[in-house]
Design a protein around this ligand. Sequence first.
Ligand code: T4K
Length: 441
Amino acid sequence: MITVAEMKTAAETKITAEQFAIFGGVPLFSEPLHVGQPVLSDREQLLADFDAVMQSGQLTNHGPKVREFESTVACMTSVRHCIATCNATIALQIAARAMGLTGEVIMPAFTFIATAHAMEWIGLTPVFADVDPATHTLDADSAEACITSRTSAILPVHLWGHVCRPEQFASMCKRHGLRLLFDSSHAFGCQSNGVSTGAFGDAEVFSFHATKFIHAFEGGAIMTNDDQLAERCRRLRAFGISGLTEVSDVGTNGKMHELSAAAGLRSIKSMPAILTANTDNRRAYADICDTVSGLSLTPVPRGNFSNNQYLVFTLDEHRFGLSRDQLVSILRAEGVFARSYFAPGCHRSEPYRSDSTGRHVPVPLPVSEQLLNSVLQLPTGMAVSVGQIRQIGRLIASLHRTCHQIQRLWSLCDGRVKYHHADAAAPRNLTPPVPAFREAG
Ligand code: T4K
């Protein structure tokens, strides 16, 4: 009978293709490692905070915890107004409505689907422009080429916490008489040339979802220095009610509740520790990329300070020897739950894909297409240790070394491994996706 120690050694040292879990070998990790595992440090204190909220009897409707959360975030970012919401998707909609947007809104094709759907849901038309190959954020020339008489705003995304060039978009919007709203879902705690995110454009929107740098389980916030816009956002967040009995707008219910705010405040207290872990992880992955041909870690843009919450890699299939989707599938079988955000891209998702008018995709998107096929994210956060990252590095190096054998086995598997799609649900039990496979003869 094989011992636990022997199994561990077999999992650690993979020399031949058959030893990889996707072909029936022992997975490297028995518990999957994730990209966005939420940090819940100081659990005792968090439970005490929850208890205090419940004791107070004020569970929602702009209670003291939400007010404290808003003033803390406003103070940290040096922005006049923080309007806390139940999530970033609703925050984007409230901000767009409060700005009076109409017609078309220009945004990158390479973003999470929420950026586009948030606008479509309120009757606006998302128009997809291309991104910059170095920063993965909205390309200003491509965005400008999309402007028509129907455009009312530009919605750049600080993807991966990479801050878009705010001055460039501000001057473009001024020239064309457009509003500027940033989707800063990934960028809480980031800076561009010493200025914190939250302060750019007419408004910015943060996400405090469980997978984000700072989280409130679910949550979001609209940030603005515009007093009137802030007032309108506050009203729209709470049904459009402007007094005890007065209703002055069609509003929604976008409020953050007290338990979320309490979790958000606790998460903010852990920020230095999370940042240190994220930065250490970046360094450990950078060392791996130095030694593995074809795998590169996307750098933080010049002048940016990053929360390093997303560690984003590009894979050169020809130099590495395996495609991005093959690598993601193989890693997942090993318990390394890599992601291929944001394939297939907004423009290739419904309803935009099936729209025959061409209004969603007026310009070519060569950089987005290329990134959508080559980008992957590897596990990080406080739940992943530098030691585990080094193990992942050794695994990736072995995959590169044995890529020819892997390709041969892969083709003999006749597509059976391919069902294990790059972004299928997390395999909690790590049964290999194909039965142990041996080359015939
Ligand atoms: N704009 C942009 C650019 C965004 O990226 C997002 C959201 C938004 C707008 C909208 O923000 P919100 O309305 O959500 O505030 C996740 C998140 O659900 C989503 O918030 C986020 N972006 C997006 C990038 O990622 P999934 O479908 O990838 O989540 P999921 O459940 O697969 O989780 C990712 C990994 O984290 C998994 O490998 C498992 C792990 N995980 C996740 C959760 C939720 C945990 O370990 N524990 C957990 O509780 O969308």
